[in-house]
Design a protein around this ligand. Sequence first.
Ligand code: FES
Ligand code: FE
Length: 448
Amino acid sequence: MTSGAERAGRGAGRDYDQLVQRSRVHRSVYVDGDIFAEEMRKIFGAVWTYLGHESEIPEANDFKATRLGLRPVLLTRAQDGSIHALLNRCMHRGTVVCTAASGNARSFTCSYHGWTYSNTGKLTGVPFPGGTGPDFDRSELSLLALPQVESYRGFIFGVLDAKAPSLREYLGPAAALLDEWIGGGRSRRLVLRHGARRIAANANWKLYLDGAADGLHPLFTHRSFIELCSSRYRPGLFLSEFRRDPDDSEMYSQIMPNGHQYLDQRPSMTPTRWSAARPMPGMEHGVERIRATHGERADAVLEQAAFAGMNIFIFPNLSLVDNNIGVIQPVAANRTEIHWYPVTLSDQLDETLALRMRNGEDSDNFVNVDDVENWERAQEGLENVPEAEWLHTGRGIGTSEPYDESQGVATVAITNEEPMRAYQQVWKRLMQAPAPSLSGVAEGSVPA
Ligand code: FES
Ligand code: FE
């Protein structure tokens, strides 16, 4: 049922127009546990939300545990190759059915009373069925499944709304950026087979979003890493352009419909992305071997090991930074995990793997840990100084038009806070709408 407050454009008793304004946001948006609970229902799953990658469940009967907001989800590949997103919650008395992180299984048995479900969610077994009674109907007790599950270039997303427009439509212009990030033409696939590096922050999940296309913070937040990278300074070196006014560089940010954001660092990485790599252990030896083996093609081969230079954020939880897929996993109003999956390419040459891995470690080992420190300091200030109610979000107002989704893609200077203001409008719209509901038990699937 839609409440009166929701019909009036408010969330559950909150006036989100008041809390999220053009140049300021109220602290409660980051610290209030009730708002967090509402977000977990109204943001995650109300729009297409990233669940996992096809290469994590490559074989028939593979599965992976994931989450849709806080909801535990099993992402499965059935015997016929179709992909399903099942709510991992027993239809008997609510127990999480599968607690393994990943594996290969045709069925899952609940540890509480032994109900068994197939990997498409069907209830296939109940112990001692003679005692279930005449009204017991297994067909009504399948695991709930997301009614729509789709993938784009291997990225699997799900949505609770059976009538939501297609994933391709939701991604909009961001789909072309995903293609560019993968590179190598349509035949190239990404391969994630080695798990994730996990970082936890005592901070609200939206602090990640606020920084997704923020080109002002690197000089300060990432100063030590920029200095490390610049220790053998040459023009075009990774991050070196952040040392001066970043708005004078060739880098740019873009805003897209549905809260997606983009920051392109490539214009500052010259003459090639590989040439912008920071000094790193083993680099000289690896490069020497590649040059000896590949001769004139060596520069092209080294690009396979290079930092992507594209920071793409797909609202609400997928971040592509460096050569990693980052998944933002909210835990509580003041707790967030970031899962960084190193990614290789289907045509990746073995001799480039170590260099690509070293390069890929920058974002979590050096960069993201700096971010976490500042997010935690921000959370501490926001939580503990209630007398200061607002965050200022107005940088760049007047230098660019207010973003309107009918514009499609808008390009702004990288210190402009318009990308943040733009996603906050999407957030507000979702929080003011009724929560999505599952009507009926449809099984979402991606054809093999
Ligand atoms: Fe799962 Fe009883 S709660 S079988
Ligand atoms: Fe950062």
